[in-house]
Design a protein around this ligand. Structure first.
Ligand code: ADP
Ligand code: AMP
Length: 214
């Protein structure tokens, strides 16, 4: 199955994508995680992406689309994949359509996780991220077993620079301007399914499996 996750920053895309990927045994591809790994490793791409990310802006499409095309062409994506954080603009969605068409496939579902802006700031300020393995926690809703340490890989957890409230406001504006139009885009292709992202994580997960017919 070929899935994409839509939703505001902090809606729960990464949390749910990781669970759905494990359930369906398909790779979880997060462009945000790929950029953060590049920043950590000091690559040219990381250097270019960092300023945009720290400011809460989108990394330009020309740095993003080829990276996803290369990733989707890898052998582990042949049986399906779940994209988290891509596409985020109409040109990215069009580029993705082209890539999947060239691979002889299509996107089965765009899963929209619906969370109002009011709930987002609290989610983001409580989010703690592992920059080593990409796991995400929340100090109240999904705390790690040991405070500040990743359950999966034992590395220290951080509050992401772009999760500070002033940057979250910018990210929400960017979302409404550039990413929200994708809801209509995938609706017009009859690929859109939506779930209520304000419910507890386990319920959101069950709802997603239901709407994708699993
Ligand atoms: P996104 O990938 O959409 O930016 P995340 O999956 O990282 O969002 O979730 C943002 C924050 O909200 C994280 O700290 C996560 O643990 C928490 N979270 C995710 N889903 C829920 C939920 N259903 N209820 C409460 N908190 C949640
Ligand atoms: P995320 O981890 O999905 O919250 O993404 C963190 C940041 O990475 C975003 O705020 C953007 O700056 C950048 N980013 C991730 N995915 C994309 C994308 N598809 N297009 C542009 N920028 C992206």
């Amino acid at each position: 199955m070929r899935l994409i996750m839509l939703g505001a920053p902090g809606a729960g895309k990464g949390t749910q994508a990781a669970r759905v990927a494990a359930e369906l045994k398909i790779p979880h591809i997060s462009t945000g995680d790929i950029f953060r790994a590049n920043i950590k490793n000091g690559t040219e791409l990381g250097k270019k992406a960092k300023a945009f990310m720290d400011a809460g802006k989108l990394v330009p499409d020309e740095l993003t689309c080829d990276l996803v095309a290369d990733r989707l062409a890898q052998a582990d994506c042949a049986g399906g994949f779940i994209l988290d954080g891509f596409p985020r603009t109409i040109p990215q969605a069009e580029a993705l359509d082209k890539v999947v068409a060239e691979l002889g496939t299509k996107i089965d579902y765009a899963v929209n996780i619906d969370v109002p802006d009011e709930a987002i700031i609290e989610r983001m300020s409580g989010r703690r991220a592992c920059l080593s393995c990409g796991a995400t926690y929340h100090v109240v809703y999904n705390p790690p077993k040991t405070e500040g340490i990743c359950d999966t890989c034992g590395q220290p957890l951080v509050l992401r620079e772009d999760d500070k409230p002033e940057t979250v406001q910018t990210r929400l504006s960017v979302y409404h301007e550039q990413t929200q139009p994708l809801i209509e885009y995938y609706g017009a292709k009859n690929a859109l399914v939506s779930v209520d992202g304000t419910k507890p994580m386990d319920e959101v997960f069950a709802d997603i499996l239901k709407v994708i017919g699993k």
